[in-house]
Design a protein around this ligand. Structure first.
Ligand SMILES: Nc1nc2c(ncn2[C@@H]2O[C@H](COP(=O)(O)OP(=O)(O)O)[C@@H](O)[C@H]2O)c(=O)[nH]1
Ligand SMILES: [Mg+2]
Length: 290
């Protein structure tokens, strides 16, 4: 509903601008006409008005200007209506964190245990399994599972600019040995120009929480923040040539916290294996709206 109001307001704005521009052109054309007594005379005299206009470059110029203004005006309106919101959600995270299982769980409501191993990004556009039985208009989600291998990560740059949101999966069981690597990956994502500029929301999913030995969401957040703080310090000291990240992270003089990020960063708990993924679905639905 808010969207419609916003579009309305924008449209009224554009219409006003267009009207203003048109009025200017008409006023200028009238002025020009007044400055040309001979033309005025001949207009009164008619019958050869059309011919006169054809012969007058000034009038032709103003007609051309009016056409240009009209064209711009209508293309603006068209663009306003055509611009669609993205429905792409990027699944990122280290290898083994559970992205592929989560992908299948979101699509089919089942984990396809043992049948999934892939180096290529898993990609698909579908209505979430949990919403398949719902009536009414449901917008399909374009979900991309980007493999965690660092040599495949450039794939991220391909998908990130069109992402409506990023789901970053963390293994809560084997968290500590992977904490540093996960923090580095997160750091890379959070400093990407596309993410910062477009404020792409990020959900950190603490996965595999059906196991009692899984670390808690709060523990994982604190550890990741600490680790990112270390990275921030070490990467700022590096020479300019070594710095690959496009934007700096957090606020200087303060220890890093996800709350300092330009984009919204939230944490959730899930278990892809048991299908306990409601928080992930909520996140996707929040940012992929019809
Ligand atoms: N216990 C548990 N294991 C999981 C869960 N999700 C995935 N796994 C296991 O973690 C391993 C890696 O999963 P996969 O989806 O292939 O991870 P990916 O490399 O991020 O795509 C597999 O052995 C999965 O069975 C979960 O929620 N709980
Ligand atoms: Mg995978």
């Amino acid at each position: 509903m808010d969207d419609i109001e916003q579009y309305k307001a924008k449209l009224i704005e554009v219409l006003k601008q267009g009207k203003g521009a048109m009025q200017d052109v008409v006023v200028q054309a009238k002025q020009k006409l007044n400055e040309m007594p001979d033309l005025r005379q001949s207009l009164k005299e008619i019958p050869d008005v059309k011919q006169k206009i054809k012969e007058s470059p000034e009038i032709q110029l103003y007609i051309a200007a009016a056409v240009v203004v009209l064209t711009i005006f209508f293309s603006l309106i068209l663009r306003l209506f055509k611009r669609k919101k993205s429905n792409t959600i990027v699944l990122a995270g280290l290898t083994g964190s559970g992205k592929t299982v989560l992908f299948y769980q979101l699509r089919d409501g089942s984990s396809h245990q043992g049948t999934v191993t892939s180096m290529d990004p898993n990609e698909g556009t579908f209505v979430l399994h949990s919403e398949a039985a719902k009536k009414g208009k449901i917008k399909p989600v374009h979900l991309v599972d980007v493999p965690g291998h660092s040599r495949l990560r450039p794939k991220l740059d391909e998908y990130m600019p069109q992402a409506a949101g990023v789901v970053f999966v963390v293994d809560s069981l084997e968290f500590l040995p992977n904490c540093r690597a996960a923090a580095e990956y997160l750091y890379d994502i959070l400093t990407k120009a596309s993410v910062v500029k477009k404020r792409i929301p990020l959900l950190i999913v603490c996965n595999k929480t059906e196991k009692v030995t899984a670390h808690s969401k709060d523990f994982i957040r604190k550890q990741l923040e600490k680790e990112i703080e270390k990275l921030r310090t070490s990467r700022t000291v590096m020479s300019d040539a070594d710095i690959t990240s496009e934007f700096t992270l957090g606020e200087s003089g303060q220890p890093f916290a996800f709350s300092q990020c330009h984009n919204k960063v939230t944490l959730a708990e899930a278990s892809g294996l048991t299908g306990d993924i409601s928080q992930v679905q909520e996140f996707i639905r929040e940012y992929v709206k019809p």
